[in-house]
Design a protein around this ligand. Structure first.
Ligand code: DAH
Length: 340
């Protein structure tokens, strides 16, 4: 055993490395799990106790010599970076692909931007709402069909202690009511958000979609103000010059109207999407019903206002010629990346 140790000591002494891979091989040869030192320590277990004292010292001498050799070699050749060897860490990576904005976000942003230029700010409210903000505060009679099970997702029944029924909001008009309760006129806001209706999913209908609601209340706001505001929006967003207001009915506005945009009949597609009329229905609107104002604590003698509401999906489909509503909710990257 002494002979072997002497021989190894000489070998360690004489060893020189030309690169850090040499140093690593040397380390493995002596200190590795199946290395020479482990062999010697195994042998050490078998020798007589009086020999152990001397041999123990000799073994430690060898071990220290090996370790010192490795330390000094690593100082000159650098530590071993076996897995990184040959790798240039300063090289630039390949291009990281950008994500893209969802078409609904793009269109929502554009609409908010258009209204912000004429002084509208953005407001929002909860998607899980009580009956008051979705229906009663908006003048919906108790037996109005919009409250029907076919349309509304009910979350909680009317409580025994008088807690209001909770629903998933069926329109963003609920945010109007919150705004009127919490702010004093003048109020000039747009309210984007997600709404829910209990409908079967198809290319034309979905159980969730998005709306933008608008509300303007001040002293002396007139139907003419509404008309001009909606015309401005149409010109900015669609680049179309003509709108018309058709009489309609909503419980929360009086008078109420549907706003149509004159799309034109230039192309075959124009005929198809306007069903040959040239006109496209874009939103509902009207003068806020005095009963709605007073229900939210605004004096209808002093103030008047208009409101409007439109579906974001519908106008996004027009803008990008998308013909299936489900595309918006499937998150198919092949669809989404077309909008980057
Ligand atoms: N809330 C209506 C809907 O979901 C849209 C609407 C119509 C909103 C007229 C309004 C309005 O503010 O004045 O169909």
């Amino acid at each position: 055993m002494q002979d072997k140790i002497n021989q190894y000591l000489a070998e360690v002494e004489a060893f020189s490395a030309s690169g850090n891979q040499d140093t690593e091989n040397f380390r493995i040869k002596f200190l590795g799990r199946k290395g020479l030192l482990n062999d010697l320590f195994e042998e050490f277990k078998t020798i007589s106790p009086d020999q152990k004292k001397v041999m123990g010292q000799e073994l430690n001498k060898l071990k220290n010599a090996v370790q010192q050799k490795i330390d000094s070699l690593q100082q000159s050749t650098g530590p071993v970076k076996s897995s990184q060897e040959g790798m240039d860490l300063t090289r630039p990576t390949g291009a990281v692909p950008y994500g893209s904005r969802h078409p609904l976000s793009i269109v929502r942003g554009e609409i908010l931007d258009i209204f912000s230029r004429i002084g509208f700010t953005v407001a929002d409210g909860p998607e899980i709402e009580d009956d008051w903000h979705v229906f009663s505060g908006l003048n919906f009679p108790p037996e109005h069909p919009a409250r029907d099970m076919q349309d509304t997702f009910f979350i909680r029944k009317k409580g025994d202690n008088g807690e209001d029924e909770m629903v998933l909001r069926t329109h963003t008009s609920s945010v109007q009511v919150r705004a009127m309760e919490n702010q004093k006129p003048p109020i000039r806001i747009v309210m984007p958000g997600r709404v829910y209706r209990n409908e079967a999913v198809s290319a034309r209908a979905h159980c969730q979609f998005h709306q933008i609601e608008g509300l303007y209340i001040d002293e002396g706001v007139s139907f003419a103000d509404m008309k001009q505001t909606l015309l401005y929006f149409t010109q900015e967003f669609f680049g179309k010059a003509k709108i018309r207001l058709r009489p309609s009915y909503f419980p929360f506005t009086e008078p109420s109207a549907e706003m149509d945009v004159y799309w034109g009949l230039q192309t075959e597609a124009d005929y198809r999407i306007t069903k040959g009329t040239g006109w496209l229905e874009i939103m509902g609107c009207g003068m806020v019903d005095p009963a709605v104002l007073s229900a939210s604590g605004i004096d209808p003698q002093k103030y008047s206002g208009f409101a409007f509401g439109m579906g974001i999906e519908r106008i996004t489909m027009l803008r990008y010629q998308i013909d299936d509503l489900r595309m918006f909710f499937e998150n198919d990257v092949r669809f989404l990346k077309q909008f980057s």
